[in-house]
Design a protein around this ligand. Structure first.
Ligand code: ZN
Length: 276
């Protein structure tokens, strides 16, 4: 009987030790698991914090919206100049003016807008979408009178204008100078790039149309800019042309609109030059 009691006591003690050990093991495992979770979760929390700091303390990172312009615009300074150099090489930002001639042999791949009017194949969707949007807005008196012109065609137009001024008694040099303010020299015409569209009557009567008002408000959303604004004639070297709209890409057009830059000013801005 006494032996049985002893055995029973031993049994109870054994069970107690096992229970205590079991609880301790559970506690140790629980602590380890918690530690492992902490190790995995901590870096993620840090990352989130870093992102928040980046977003609030510096310029927001621009997401490219346009498939054709996949490079975000960097604000012109020493850190982003190399990035901007790449942007400045984009086909849609090609600058053509009195100081930047277009190559006589430059012929981009073309697509037809309609009635034999051709535009750069890479940008034609944006032109068509813009015109369709105008139709949807109830503006149906809109058409592209002229877009791509070959170097030869532009030369012909320019020479015709020179002859016209000479007919008014001007000397060759003066006639060319005057012609240049109305019809670009072939090497200076954006129409050779196939990125410019002349709307409707190709006169400044266009300024008084609903289409013009609509374009001023919405063209940037389709990547178009008024290339020769009234208040930029001294910079562009071209008289005000309310009818001439140029494709530069949505991303660039929006910045230009916001800052009130013409293309020459915008390119200077990207180069990091002082813009007054
Ligand atoms: Zn034009």
């Amino acid at each position: 009987m006494a032996r049985r009691i002893v055995n029973k006591k031993k049994f109870i003690r054994g069970i107690s030790i096992m229970v205590i050990l079991f609880i301790m093991i559970i506690l140790v495992i629980a602590m380890m698991v918690k530690g492992v979770i902490y190790l995995f979760t901590k870096p993620t929390e840090n990352k989130e914090q870093e992102n928040t700091i980046t977003e609030t303390s510096s310029e927001p990172i621009k997401q490219p919206e346009d498939n054709n312009n996949t490079v975000a615009i960097g604000v012109a300074n020493s850190n982003t100049s190399s990035q901007n150099d790449e942007i400045l090489k984009q086909w849609n930002l090609k600058l053509v003016n009195k100081d930047n001639a277009v190559d006589r042999n430059y012929v981009p791949e073309l697509a037809e807008v309609g009635d034999g009017v051709k535009f750069d194949k890479r940008a034609i969707t944006y032109l068509k979408d813009m015109i369709n949007a105008m139709y949807k807005a109830g503006i149906t008196k809109i058409w592209v009178q002229s877009a791509y012109r070959s170097y030869d065609k532009q030369e012909e137009l320019f020479n015709r204008k020179v002859v016209e001024y000479k007919g008014q008694g001007k000397e060759q040099e003066e006639a060319e100078r005057l012609a240049q303010t109305v019809v670009q020299r072939p090497e200076m015409s954006e129409h050779n790039l196939a990125l410019a569209a002349d709307f409707n009557t190709v006169t400044n009567e266009f300024e008084n149309t609903k289409a013009f008002t609509w374009l001023q408000k919405n063209a940037a959303d389709y990547g178009f800019i008024l290339r020769y604004p009234k208040d930029k004639q001294d910079i562009t070297g071209i008289i005000y042309e309310s009818w001439h709209w140029r494709y530069v890409g949505k991303e660039h057009a929006k910045v230009m609109k916001q800052k009130g830059y013409c293309l020459e000013e915008y390119i200077d801005y990207l180069k990091g030059a002082q813009v007054v």
